[in-house]
Design a protein around this ligand. Structure first.
Ligand SMILES: Cc1ncc(COP(=O)(O)O)c(C=O)c1O
Ligand SMILES: [Zn+2]
Length: 423
């Protein structure tokens, strides 16, 4: 039976396990991460909802099957979440568009044979890719509840969901929580405000502002408070693999969709896929999905000069046969105050660096640190040339493309993901 294997200590967790969030040997430092075992089968069915089309490849579905739920019932659960998203005024999960962008390709002086394909996540549930990571966790919970595997017996006793985030992830989590009528605590920085907080409030999330406290260890105070809530019994509804391995399950749907969409244009290989990296789950999942679907695409992980812990880790971890075992040698919090217009990728640690490094190695990719001027340029050129209203965080992958354009031939074929809407 397939399942997860800890990258740090090689512990195996089988797919029929309830709540396979963290490695059983993890002792509170989050320096273990359960990675999904490789499976050489990739099964696709025709459906607009990726959680139905690709379900057979997913851990939440395999958990449901292993514990005796029928396929029809598992599909019905996905559809019920979509129906509830519609009731709260949203649109459910759909295959998001991926198109060749001629104006952006021309701007970058690619020839007609080459150029830039853009995956548009701005109309995904909650306005970014984040809901994909969270949906696989929610489906696991709904399956467990319905089968009576979860420790609570009915919906009124559900433990609270918890997430730390200052933006898109909190909105995605609160959207799914509202759809599932599940209570949620969001842990946000004390300075957060504006549209994000208004949206969270409208979605009924409980907002916890987290100021740094004098006795706090180093690290993001929203993450510290989130972990305290999890220690007290909340469910880690997290977009960071070391907090909840199942977030890396649903994130793969982006890569699977991209591979399918490119195959429809008879493209079986790319010269690069550029993915902006904050916590790192996004890049790891997109790239893993592409690889699993048989699409050759070197992963170019993009960070900004104002916060680039993954670049540091990539430099040292490449030559380490067991990088996860030497976690703190490769990954530690960015010392300076992280700054960039792309403020959604300023995570001071790349929590999913182990999965990122694995995919960069596997695809023969690299890490690019974009200058702030390229981040700013990308934030205006990408929306102008594609008519996609993405935020500066959402266009940061394009900044990476600007940085290494000269290394690519004019016929190179590359992809980027515009990952979040401008708010
Ligand atoms: C729009 C957008 N793109 C990309 C990212 C980066 O994803 P990750 O944190 O998984 O690296 C984020 C994360 O906050 C985001 O909001
Ligand atoms: Zn472990």
């Amino acid at each position: 039976m397939s399942g997860f294997t800890c990258a740090t200590c090689a512990e195996k967790v089988s797919v029929d396990t309830f709540a396979p969030w963290r490695c059983p040997n993890e002792n509170g430092d989050r320096h273990h991460v359960l990675l999904i075992d490789e499976n050489d089968q990739h099964v696709v069915e025709s459906h607009h909802n990726p959680f139905i089309a690709f379900r057979r490849n997913m851990m939440w579905w395999q958990f449901a099957q292993a514990r005796g739920m029928s396929d029809e019932r598992a599909i019905a659960l996905v559809q019920s979440v979509d129906d509830e998203i519609a009731k709260i005024g949203g649109v459910g999960f759909m295959t998001t568009p991926m198109r060749y962008q001629s104006a952006l390709s021309d701007h970058l002086s690619f020839d007609a044979l080459g150029g830039v394909w853009v995956k548009d996540e701005t109309h995904n549930v909650g306005g970014s890719q984040k809901a994909r990571h969270l949906m696989s966790i929610l489906l696991h919970l709904l399956v467990a509840e319905e089968l009576g595997i979860a420790p609570w017996t009915d919906a009124t006793e559900r433990p609270t969901l918890a997430i730390s985030s200052c933006g898109n992830a909190a909105i995605a989590a609160s959207t799914l929580a509202a759809a599932a009528k599940w209570p949620i605590d969001v842990f946000i920085p004390e300075w957060a405000g504006g549209v994000v907080v208004e949206t969270l409030t409208a979605l009924g999330a409980r907002i916890n502002r987290c100021a740094r406290q004098s006795q706090d260890p180093p690290g993001d105070p929203t993450v510290l408070r989130f972990r305290e809530a999890v220690n007290k019994g909340s469910i880690p509804f997290s977009v960071q693999g070391p907090e909840n391995a199942l977030c890396l399950d649903g994130g793969r749907t982006i890569g699977w969709e991209m591979a399918r969409q490119l195959a429809q244009e008879n493209i079986t290989a790319l010269d690069a896929v550029f993915v902006q990296v904050g916590g790192g789950a996004f890049a790891a999942s997109v790239s893993r999905g592409l690889s699993e679907a048989g699409m050759k695409a070197p992963l170019v992980a993009v960070q900004t000069e104002g916060c680039a812990p993954l670049s540091r880790a990539w430099n040292t971890a490449q030559s380490d046969a067991h990088p996860a075992q030497h976690w703190t040698k490769h990954m530690w919090a960015w010392e300076n105050e992280p700054v960039s217009l792309a403020d959604g990728i300023l995570d001071d640690e790349t929590y999913d660096w182990v999965a990122d490094v694995a995919q960069i190695q596997r695809t023969k990719g690299k890490v690019v640190v974009a200058s702030e001027s390229h981040v700013v340029e990308a934030s205006s050129i990408a929306p102008q040339t594609t008519s996609i209203d993405a935020s500066p965080t959402g266009t940061a992958g394009v900044a990476g493309l600007f940085s290494i354009r000269a290394e690519l031939s004019n016929t190179a074929r590359v992809a980027v993901v515009l990952s979040g809407v401008r708010r």
